[in-house]
Design a protein around this ligand. Structure first.
Ligand code: FES
Length: 337
């Protein structure tokens, strides 16, 4: 008696072909993002403003899952590693078609966590990349790879062939079907494990090569205060950027920073008190505008907002305050240190 019977060919290869450009892009992008983190000294640094710790601390202020993020900070290195590894492994699975649905689900989980943290508050919402990644991953979660250019499918086909089952045939023998499933699972697991170990090995090499640049124990607040005091002590001379009369109380005066060639603002939040900050948005570098009515700096690119008296970030997607400058007043002139 035959253990299998033929069936009508499915549409899965057409579906797989249609999904492949999406798969290729997402797989490559997640691999790239994971490796980029592993090879970045900034990402692992506890003091860099671009580091995982600083970014997480900043994101926790406005994030709806901020209370969860605060619990991760104590073990930030573990979470930083888990995110980089998760991106790398899910990218490998998606690109090579190994447990594609599960890999896409993992990538979806990561994108959701980014959406709820670093992208939260992006306005309008479609400027945030993570919500787009979430949407793009859904077809792969639902349909998988359609058996197109898929290592997982090749392994399954090989196992069936070894057992004398023709491609596409329906298996009517339950023990045989279970045996094929078991062997397929083991072989796919071995390939996935090998690919995962190879990928992580590259990642760990990247991490090690940057480990001598990683500052593991200092805190961002300590760093910030150090920088601030260093700036203050250096404020002995400077360039005239405005006259006192240019900056009425409660207003902000735009000037050009000669050191960077980029604009900044000097403000007088209270009579006789002058502060200054960069006009360069800390999200992606657009120039912010001062809105006197609401006393905020508003970024026209993605909607970030900063306090008009200090430059402190009040609304994402930016997570860092505008860069502060030290100013001194001499007579009726204001100088940038
Ligand atoms: S909010 Fe994106 S550059 Fe300012």
């Amino acid at each position: 008696m035959s253990n299998s019977r033929s069936r009508v060919p499915s549409q899965s290869s057409n579906l797989g072909l249609a999904l492949f450009p999406l798969r290729a892009f997402l797989g490559f992008t997640f691999i790239y993002a994971g490796l980029q983190k592993f090879f970045s000294a900034d990402y692992w640094s506890a003091t860099s403003s671009n580091g995982f710790l600083s970014q997480t601390q900043a994101a926790s202020v406005n994030s709806p899952i901020g209370f969860i993020l605060n619990h991760t900070l104590e073990h930030h290195a573990i979470f930083a590693f888990a995110i980089a590894a998760g991106e790398l492994l899910s990218g490998l699975g998606i690109l090579f078609g190994i447990w594609t649905r599960w890999a896409a689900l993992g990538a979806f989980g990561l994108s959701t966590s980014f959406f709820l943290t670093v992208s939260w508050g992006t306005s309008p919402y479609y400027f945030g990349p993570d919500i787009v990644f979430m949407a793009a991953l859904l077809p792969l979660i639902i349909a998988g790879d359609g058996n197109y250019l898929s290592l997982g499918s090749k392994i399954a086909e090989g196992v069936r062939r070894d057992k004398g089952v023709a491609p596409g045939a329906v298996i009517s023998n339950a023990p045989l079907e279970n045996e094929i499933k078991r062997r397929t699972l083991l072989k796919t697991g071995a390939v996935a494990g090998g690919a995962g170990i190879a990928g992580l090995a590259v990642g760990v090499i990247g991490y090690k090569s940057n480990s001598n640049k990683v500052i593991a124990t200092a805190t961002p607040s300590a760093s910030a205060s150090t920088t601030a005091s260093a700036s203050a002590s250096a404020a002995t001379s400077g360039t005239k950027i405005a006259s006192v009369t240019d900056v009425p109380v409660g207003s902000a005066f735009k000037f050009m920073n000669p050191a960077t060639g980029k604009p900044g603002y000097v403000m007088q939040p209270a009579a006789g008190t002058f502060v200054a900050c960069s006009a360069v948005c800390t999200h992606q570098g657009c120039i912010v505008n001062f809105d006197k009515a609401s006393d905020i700096f508003h970024c026209p690119c993605h909607g970030a907002e900063f306090d008009g008296t200090s430059g402190a970030v009040t609304r994402g997607p930016a997570h860092r305050d505008l860069e502060k400058f030290t100013v001194t007043v001499s007579g009726t002139d204001i100088f940038l240190a």
